[in-house]
Design a binder for this molecule. Structure first.
Ligand code: ADP
Ligand code: MG
Length: 338
């Protein structure tokens, strides 16, 4: 036998987990994104001890078929894409089929799901990649995933975790942004029995915004609208008087996905131009819609980074739309009066 061997599935998953599951908030992100992809109208997130002892995400989405539940935990198993053509027109948040097997490789996972309204579903328990249970269970339609003892079998990663406060901070930040991105979904987030977020899910983005930043901040926002042959843009931006010390108040959503984009941040800052004091940043929530072919989301496993195919055009469009919303507040030096 040669020296080179293909790694077994469990080891491969553990390696992939190093990338996909960086910290508790990565697990929350993957589970909530799955719940959104399943068409849920309510998503409840329960966290204990910064996510190191428990992360539980319960949704009322379409659920997993009984015969599929084991397959969902295989590497590269997904219901979201089927061909390489699909890769260039991704409409779902997930598509890599890596989240569930990666999480299950480094934690104790219980998944109860049903795709039926009969009250009957399936319970699947997998710990450190080892299947412990696969049985019938009572379950309403939807999916309920509990992740316990994250990194119990990867002590080096566990040691790297910061304080509970830091970890729940990352989790809350992420859930807040997904709630902003999806105002039609009712979200709750609880940590050690205190409620950190509740949105009502009536589709009103200002309401979701108010749940996160407070009613008075929400009331003071300026609406943004933009039309373009390739893009549509809507959202809210703060008046230049309402600034923050960092960029964390900027949320950009592209086709339902919360992303980080240098190009769009640049467009935002250019729109405010000299209206902002130095080192101050606005509160912004922008939703951009575009044909999936204009966007490459397959850049990094976390799918937070994307590439736009017409970057300069997009930057210009975003800047112009925001400048218009800022209107008279924006000082545009014109020709000197004669
Ligand atoms: P991906 O989301 O990239 O497809 P995952 O490993 O996150 O990969 O999930 C694997 C599959 O399990 C999904 O494609 C989906 O069919 C199913 N699944 C996972 N979570 C849910 C959920 N909350 N509701 C319904 N189906 C789910
Ligand atoms: Mg997924």
């Amino acid at each position: 036998m040669g020296k080179i061997q293909v790694l077994d599935e469990q080891l491969a998953n553990q390696i992939a987990a190093g990338e996909v599951v960086e910290r508790p908030s990565s697990v929350v992100k993957e589970l909530v994104e799955n719940a959104i992809d399943a068409g849920s109208s309510t998503i409840d997130v329960v966290i204990e001890e910064g996510g190191l002892t428990l992360i539980r995400v319960t949704d009322n989405g379409q659920g997993i078929d009984a015969e599929d539940i084991g397959t969902a935990f295989f590497r590269h198993a997904t219901s979201k894409i089927a061909s390489s053509k699909d890769l260039f027109r991704i409409a779902s948040l997930g598509f890599r089929g890596e989240a569930l097997p990666s999480i299950a490789a480094v934690a104790r996972v219980e998944c109860v799901s049903s795709s039926e309204t009969t009250g009957l579903g399936r319970r699947y328990v997998i710990e450190g990649g080892v299947v412990k249970k696969d049985e019938e269970a009572n379950a309403p339609q939807g999916t309920d995933v509990s992740v316990r003892d994250l990194f119990f079998n990867t002590p080096a990663r566990l040691k790297y975790m910061k304080t509970i406060q830091t970890e729940i901070g990352h989790i809350a930040d992420y859930v807040n942004r997904l709630a902003l991105a999806h105002p039609g979904i009712a979200f709750t987030l609880r940590h050690n029995n205190s409620q950190l977020l509740r949105t009502i899910g009536n589709g009103d983005r200002v309401q979701a915004f108010a749940a996160i930043y407070g009613t008075s901040a929400a009331k003071a926002m300026l609406p943004v609208e933009g039309e373009h042959p390739d893009y549509d843009l809507s959202g809210y931006i703060s008046k230049p008087e309402q600034t923050r010390a960092n960029r964390n108040g900027i949320t950009v959503v592209v086709n339902g996905r919360y992303i980080r984009s240098f190009v769009i941040n640049q467009a935002i800052m250019q729109a405010y131009h000299t209206l902002l004091p130095i080192n101050r940043y606005p509160l912004v929530v922008l939703e951009l819609g575009m044909h999936p072919s204009l966007l490459d989301v397959n850049v990094h496993p976390s799918k937070m980074e994307v590439r736009f195919s017409k970057e300069a055009e997009l930057r210009e469009f975003v800047e112009q739309s925001l400048a218009k919303a800022l209107g008279k507040q924006r000082h545009i030096p014109g020709p000197a009066a004669s």
